[in-house]
Design a protein around this ligand. Structure first.
Ligand code: TEU
Ligand code: CA
Length: 559
């Protein structure tokens, strides 16, 4: 028998909640903690083992909570600390766990640390952030552009220096070189663990150590340069994470997942290696990049190839096996809706079929599934007619920059927005077919997708053929099988652009997963010996047969 290193966070399925858009309990149009509490039975029934909440801390909301002004306070719109404690209790009472978002690459510019840092060049808080003199001829210290547009440096007239912000100017980067910053962050993490939380998702954690920022690239004609080579996976990042692990994480039975820009499987084996004492797992972005990637975010390919998806996933599945752990996701609050991007939302039948197929294909791989709210209903992208319909700072800034300085046509840019904007994921959750989808009794903070009358939880929970109940069966199946939780992965048919087929194997138990990624029937012969195998789960009523897989057919067979 092969030895297995079991852990609850490997067996768990995580459900991601974007609190602002999940459920509004008091009619102000903004989702809140009491709203989440009212939906915990729904989540438990689905089979969620852990809930990850996007940031709920005090924030001026320039970047919807990713600009935190007080790490120890709950944003008033979301509720009070007492509400939070009640939520935590209610989650635990149902046998689930609660994961918080940790945003410590940067704070808000309204955080008291930054206010003090900015106020006094010689003060004790100055070194909490990254301040530099202007370049010799004036202007920013180097040509790095911020991820959300513009320069990554903002000048502070009061003290005559620039501060670094890899995101908006309202999100100044903390200086992790300063041991006092690390003390303050670790202390704050302890504060939440002592309240009883079960882990952290760590925002852009691979960016916390910056290399050579004092002498970055020269400025070629005012174009913004990419900071990633010097900031992603920087020289001290592993040292910092090991310190965090030693001083905080190792003292709690927790789940940790890093959001890691520019991470490779090799690096993941360091960040999330079973013996490296850093994190449990990392989100990789190679799968999200198969149709363009971050550098081509707004000038995209509007398509992807299945062989690219298979190449990426197979590398991660095989290189991490036995060494580190995968985090599996098709979407999150920064991505469009998976069924619109990787499946087919053009007809109702294809939407339902392909949403199930995508789930079966990904979540039966080795790793922890992360399901983003609404995905379990097959929620789709919304059609935006104009940039004015969009709240997201990233999309708005990019639109201004692309259609202005970079000369992209408004039409082309709107096409990109409709394909890839983060706004798609943030439209409110569809609870029922009533006014505002049951999300709010007031005016929602951003408009709903009008298709909520057709796609909503109320109509799916009791329908055995719904996407929701498919997810429920899928998570139950995964939980029941050692091979699905821990088994080795082997890709079949690597060259096929239509079919994704793979095996999972452990200690004599074998599972075959077959998925047709197209809206047409595709030729497919079961491999030797699989003919009479038991059907574990399928999105059709009958098992695959007759030498084809039907449109978007997905099945798991066991023997
Ligand atoms: O995102 C990091 C980030 O850079 C993303 O926008 C990234 O470009 C995208 O996920 C890849 O397609 C994190 C948060 O998830 C995001 O919501 C925040 O806006 C950002 O950090 C800043 O905190
Ligand atoms: Ca509310």
């Amino acid at each position: 028998m092969e030895e297995i290193r079991r852990a609850w966070w490997k067996e768990a399925a995580v459900y991601q909640i974007y609190p602002r858009s999940f459920c509004d309990s008091n009619g102000d149009g903004v989702g809140d903690l009491n709203g989440i509490i009212s939906k915990l039975d729904y989540l438990q029934n689905l089979g969620a083992d852990a809930l990850w909440l996007n940031p709920i801390y005090e924030s001026p909301n320039v970047d919807n909570g990713y600009d935190i002004s007080d790490y120890r306070a709950i944003l008033a719109e979301f509720g009070t600390m007492a509400d939070f404690e009640r939520l935590l209790d209610e989650v635990h009472r149902r046998g689930m766990r609660l994961i918080m978002d940790l945003v410590v690459n940067h704070t808000s510019d309204r955080h008291e640390w930054f206010i003090a840092s900015r106020a006094d060049r010689a003060g004790p808080m100055r070194d909490f952030y990254i301040w530099k003199d202007p370049a010799p001829g004036g202007g920013p210290p180097n040509n790095w552009g911020g991820c959300f547009g513009g320069s990554a440096w903002t000048y502070d007239g009061g003290t005559g220096q620039y501060y670094l912000h890899l995101f908006t100017p309202e999100q100044p980067d903390l200086n992790w070189e300063n041991p006092a910053v690390r003390d303050a962050v670790f202390d704050m993490m302890d504060f939440w663990f002592k309240k009883g939380i079960d882990g952290f998702r760590m925002d852009v954690i691979s960016l916390i150590s910056k290399a050579g920022y004092a002498d970055g690239p020269l400025r070629p004609d005012g174009l913004y340069g990419d900071y990633t080579p010097q900031c992603a996976n920087g020289p001290r990042v592993h040292e910092y994470l090991r310190e965090m692990n030693r001083r905080v994480l190792s003292r709690y039975d927790c789940l940790t997942v890093g959001e890691n820009a520019a991470v490779t499987p090799e690096l993941a084996c360091q960040y999330a290696g079973f013996d490296s004492h850093e994190l449990n797992m990392v989100f990789q972005f190679e799968l999200m990049d198969v149709d363009g990637g971050e550098s081509r975010k707004w000038l995209r390919n509007y398509s992807w190839r299945l062989t690219d998806i298979k190449r990426v996933m197979t590398r991660w599945q095989t290189l991490l096996d036995g060494r580190a752990w995968n985090a599996l996701f098709w979407g999150n609050h920064d991505q469009p809706r998976p069924v619109s991007r990787f499946g087919d939302d053009s007809t109702e039948e294809n939407r339902v079929r392909s949403a199930k197929m995508l789930a079966l294909c990904l979540y039966l791989m080795q790793g922890t599934p992360y399901i983003y709210q609404g995905e379990e209903l097959g929620m789709t992208n919304r059609r935006f007619e104009s940039i004015d319909e969009i709240n997201d700072v990233y999309t708005r800034n990019a639109y201004r920059e692309q259609t202005g300085r970079l000369g992209v046509s408004a039409e082309e840019m709107l096409r990109a927005v409709n394909y890839i904007s983060r706004e798609h994921a943030r439209t409110p959750m569809h609870w029922d077919a009533g006014p505002n989808a049951g999300f709010t009794a007031g005016r929602p903070w951003i408009p709903l997708n009008p298709n909520y009358t057709r796609i909503n939880a109320a109509s799916q929970v009791d329908d055995p053929n719904s996407v929701y109940n498919f997810y429920r069966r899928l998570l139950a199946l995964r939980r029941s099988s050692g091979a699905l939780l821990y088994g080795h992965y082997e890709l079949l048919l690597p060259e096929s652009e239509e079919i994704y087929a793979y095996l999972r194997r452990l200690n004599g138990e074998e599972i075959l997963v077959v998925c047709n990624f197209t809206a047409r029937s595709a030729p497919f012969m079961l491999p030797e010996g699989w003919d009479g195998a038991g059907l574990l789960l399928s999105n059709y009523e009958t098992p695959p047969s007759g030498g084809v897989l039907r449109p978007f057919e997905a099945a798991a067979l066991g023997r």
